[in-house]
Ligand binder design. Structure first.
Ligand code: SAM
Length: 266
C-alpha cells in the first residue's frame, strides 16, 4: 500500500515502523505535542516573544515556528536534528528566520545569544543524559534572565510509583516506537533547576492528542476530517493510530501535558 506523506520526515520507514509523531504527520496532523496548540499559546504568552531573540529546539513541522513569527520576535533560529524537518521549516519561514540541522545538545550557537529558548515534545523522547545535555545547552545559549519554555509529556501525580512509571514508559515505547520517558512535574522542575533555572510558571492540559475535540481544536474541522479519512484509508497506519489511542486511554490517569516557563538565574 502507498504510504501517505512520503515527502515528510521519517519517510524511509514503513507505517509499521516509523516513530509515532512522523506517522501522525504522514496522516496530515501538524500539531505534534501533548497539550496541543492551546497549551503552546499559553506558554508562548508567558515566554515574552515580542522583540526577543528566539531559538526553537526541534521545530518539527514548523507550526510553533509560525506562531513565534506572528508574535514579532527580534530574530528566530530553529534547530532540528532531522534534516528534512529543518528544510521544511526553513521553507515555511523564508527570510523570517534560519533553521539549522543540529542536535539540540550541540546547537553551535553563541553563548548568551538568545533571550528565549522554546522546546516542545522533544525532551520526553530523550534518556536522562540527553535530557540534561539539552537543558545545559539551553542554559548556555541564553543570556542571564532569559527564558526557557518547555512543553512535554508529564506523569501524574508527583508521587506516582516506579512500577506505574515503568509500565507507562514501556507501553509508550512499544506503541509510538520512541523510547519516551515522560516525567512528573516535580521531575521536570528539578531538571530545569539543576541547570540554573527558576521555574516561574507551570501549566497543564489533558493528554488528549488523539481525542476528537482536540483534533478539531488543533487541526481545524477540515484538517481533522482529512486526518480521519487518511486513518480510515491506510490500514497499517490505522492499526498503529488505534493502538496509540488505546495506550493513551489506558494510561489516561497517569499522563498529562505540562508546560513550564523558567528564567535563567544570574
Ligand atoms: C514529536 S516531534 C515535535 C515537533 C514540534 N516541536 C511540535 O511540537 O509539533 C519531535 C521533534 O524533535 C526533533 N528532535 C528529536 N531529538 C532531537 C534532538 N536531540 N535535537 C534536535 N531535534 C530533535 C525531531 O526531529 C522532531 O522534529
Amino acid at each position: 500500500m502507498k504510504q501517505a506523506g512520503s515527502d515528510l520526515p521519517g519517510s524511509e520507514r514503513s507505517d509499521e515502523q516509523v516513530q509515532g509523531h512522523w506517522l501522525l504527520a504522514r496522516l496530515g496532523k501538524k500539531v505534534l505535542r501533548p497539550g496541543g496548540a492551546e497549551l503552546t499559546r499559553r506558554m508562548l504568552d508567558r515566554a515574552g516573544i515580542g522583540g526577543s531573540e528566539v531559538v526553537e529546539l526541534a521545530p518539527g513541522l514548523g507550526r510553533t515556528a509560525q506562531e513565534i513569527i506572528e508574535r514579532a520576535p527580534g530574530g528566530y533560529v530553529g534547530v532540528d536534528s532531522d534534516a528534512g524537518a529543518a528544510a521544511r521549516v526553513q521553507e515555511i519561514l523564508g527570510e523570517r528566520g534560519t533553521v539549522r540541522t543540529a542536535d539540540a545538545a550541540e546547537t553551535g550557537l553563541a553563548s548568551g545569544s538568545a533571550d528565549v529558548v522554546i522546546g516542545e515534545a522533544m525532551l520526553t523522547m530523550q534518556g536522562d543524559r540527553a535530557k540534561a545535555a539539552i537543558v545545559a545547552e539551553a542554559a548556555r545559549i541564553l543570556r542571564p534572565g532569559g527564558r526557557y519554555a518547555i512543553h512535554e509529556l508529564g506523569l501524574t501525580p508527583d508521587g506516582v510509583g516506579d512500577e506505574i512509571k515503568t509500565e507507562v514508559r514501556q507501553a509508550l515505547a512499544r506503541s509510538i516506537r520512541v523510547n519516551a520517558r515522560p516525567q512528573t512535574i516535580e521531575e521536570w522542575r528539578a531538571l530545569l533547576e539543576a541547570h540554573g533555572f527558576t521555574v516561574e510558571h507551570v501549566e497543564t492540559a489533558p493528554m488528549a492528542l488523539l481525542k476528537a475535540g482536540r483534533l478539531v481544536a488543533d487541526e481545524g474541522l477540515g484538517g481533522a476530517l482529512r486526518f480521519g479519512k487518511n486513518v480510515l484509508t491506510h490500514s497499517n497506519a490505522r492499526s498503529r493510530v488505534l493502538d496509540m489511542r488505546r495506550v493513551f486511554r489506558k494510561h489516561r490517569k497517569s499522563l498529562i501535558a505540562v508546560a513550564l516557563v523558567a528564567r535563567k538565574d544570574g
